[in-house]
Structures are given as C-alpha cells and as structure tokens.
Design a protein around this ligand. Structure first.
Ligand code: NI
Length: 172
C-alpha cells in the first residue's frame, strides 16, 4: 500500500445525502472506505475491459438439467477451455435446477467469450460473469495479493477435478 493521502472532495449536499443513504444501506460505517471501494471498482472495470488483461473471476450459471444436452454441453465447453477453468462447484437447488459456479482465470477477452458461450447455451436460464484484476491490488505487509492469488490458483489447478463430470449424478 502506498502512502496515505488525504483529499478534500467538494460535493453537492444533496448528492452527499443520497450517497450516505446508499452506503449505509450497503453497511458501510464510513465514507472513506465507500469511496475507496467505488474507485477500485471503476479501476477494475477499466482494467478488465482491456482484451489482453489477465483477470480472475466467476461465472455463475443456473440451468435446468432436464434441458436436452445442456449438462453435456456445459462439460464439453469447460473441457475445451480447461486452461481458463480453475475450479467448478455445483449445487442441486431442487429437483430441476442446478447452480454451477466456475472460477476462471485468463485473458479478459477469452474469459468473456467463454462465459458468453456458457451463458448462451440453450437450457441455461440465468448467468453472470464477474471479473476482477488480481494485479489491481497493491502489496501489503503480508505479501503481494496478486502473487498469493496466482499461487492459490496453481495449487487448486493441480488438484482440479470435476465435481460435475462423469460421477455427477442428478436427481431422479
Ligand atoms: Ni445438479
């Protein structure tokens, strides 16, 4: 983390009031942290929009496993892009619906295309990609966040197996 700088921000009192309401609903107890998070969020969005930027993220998918071929197509797409997939987690929500969350890592453009293909599959009812930049967060005393993230990814990748592969039995 760099040196802490204090800045004064001139804001319309109306805008500030709305901002305070907004952040209190989100559970912030002070404005500084809310400002910092908003700034980081904007910078991460800017960064992950660069096609070659290395990103980490999650793809959340809801689908009906009865939909013809959807389970097979999801597995096939993930295997075809295995270099982007760090891990997958699957929950059977009820008799019909599945929730699948993928942790992804790679170049922004490829991650976006891959997520688009998954979300666009017939049978996938809802999907969302969230990307963040492991290199957006500066060093702190306990080490480099980006390096730790990369190490964790490497470790989990070596232990990677599909919870939803051949052994994945769906509800009757
Ligand atoms: Ni399921």
């Amino acid at each position: 983390m760099g040196v802490l700088s204090r800045i004064g921000v001139a804001l319309d009192s109306d805008l500030l009031e709305r901002f305070d309401h907004f952040i209190s609903r989100l559970g912030y107890t002070n404005r500084s942290e809310a400002f910092r998070d908003l700034i980081r969020d904007r910078l991460v969005a800017e960064r992950t929009a660069v096609p070659n930027a290395i990103v980490v993220g999650t793809v959340t998918l809801i689908y009906d496993h009865h939909a013809h071929g959807v389970t097979e197509k999801l597995t096939e797409l993930q295997h075809a892009n295995h270099d982007l997939v760090v891990s997958t987690s699957h929950a059977h929500l009820n008799r019909d619906s599945c929730l699948e969350v993928l942790i992804v890592h790679g170049k922004s453009q490829r991650v976006e295309e891959f997520a688009g293909h998954l979300i666009g599959l017939k049978g996938v009812q809802h999907g969302r990609l969230v990307m963040t930049g492991p290199h957006e967060f500066p060093r702190n005393k306990s080490g480099d966040v980006a390096t730790r993230a990369a190490t964790q990814i490497a470790q989990s990748k070596s232990a990677h197996h599909h919870a939803n592969g051949k052994h994945h039995a769906h509800g009757q």
